[in-house]
Design a protein. Structure first.
Length: 204
C-alpha cells in the first residue's frame, strides 16, 4: 500500500462490523503501538456544536437528534442502512472530516509504528494513506451473533449493515496481514504478538 507522507510505518486495521477490531487494537496498544481509532474521531466530529452535526440535521431532519442535543446513533443507523442514498450522503459529510483529523493525529503522534483503525478502510479510500492493511477476520455467522447481542439489532437490520460493507472475500483480498478472531482471546493475542514483532522489524 502507498503512504503519501508519513515517515512512520502506518498499519490500516480494518474488518467487518463486530469482528473484534477494538479488542485487537487494545492488544496492540498494550504492546506499545500508537492507536488512532476513527470510530472515536467520528464521535468527536459530530459532537454538539460541531459543523458536521449541523450539516447532518440539515440533511436528515431533527429526528436524528436526541433530547440532549446529541446525535441519536440508533436512529441514524436505521435511517442510513435502509437507504443507500442517505448512507452515501452521511458518508460525504463525515468521511472528509474524519480523514483530515485522522491524518493530522497520525502526523503528530509518532511511535514505533501506528495502527489506524478504519472500519471502511477500502470503501472510503483510506488505504492509500497506509503502508499495510491488517484485516481482523471472523466467520460471518459469528459477526451476526455478536452484532445482535452487542447492539440489540434485529436480524433484518444486521443483514442491511453487513450488505453495506465490503464482503469478507473482498476484505481478505486486499489484506497484507490477517488476524483470525474466530477463536479464543489468547489465540488472538498470540497472533497480535507475532505481528507486533513483525511491525517493529519493518519499522526499523
Amino acid at each position: 500500500m502507498s503512504n503519501e507522507s508519513s515517515p512512520v510505518l502506518r498499519i490500516g486495521l480494518t474488518g467487518g462490523i463486530a469482528s473484534g477490531k477494538s479488542a485487537v487494537a487494545d492488544m496492540f496498544a498494550a504492546l506499545g503501538a500508537i492507536i488512532i481509532d476513527t470510530d472515536i474521531i467520528a464521535r468527536e466530529v459530530v459532537r454538539r456544536g460541531a459543523p458536521a452535526l449541523a450539516e447532518i440535521i440539515a440533511a436528515f431532519g431533527p429526528q436524528v437528534i436526541d433530547k440532549e442535543g446529541n446525535l441519536d446513533r440508533a436512529v441514524m443507523r436505521r435511517e442510513v442502512f435502509s437507504d443507500d442514498q442517505k448512507r452515501e450522503r452521511l458518508e460525504s459529510i463525515l468521511h472528509p472530516r474524519i480523514r483530515d483529523r485522522t491524518l493530522a493525529l497520525a502526523a503528530e503522534s509518532g511511535g514505533p509504528y501506528q495502527i489506524v483503525v478504519v472500519p471502511l478502510l477500502v470503501e472510503s479510500g483510506f488505504d492509500r494513506f497506509v503502508n499495510r492493511i491488517l484485516v481482523v477476520d471472523c466467520p460471518e455467522g459469528l459477526q451476526r451473533k455478536r452484532l445482535m447481542s452487542r447492539d440489540q439489532e434485529s436480524a433484518a437490520q444486521v443483514e442491511r449493515i453487513l450488505r453495506a460493507q465490503a464482503d469478507r472475500t473482498a476484505r481478505l483480498a486486499v489484506a497484507d496481514d490477517v488476524i483470525d478472531n474466530g477463536g479464543t482471546l489468547e489465540d488472538t493475542r498470540s497472533q497480535v504478538t507475532v505481528l507486533h514483532e513483525k511491525y517493529l522489524a519493518l519499522a526499523n
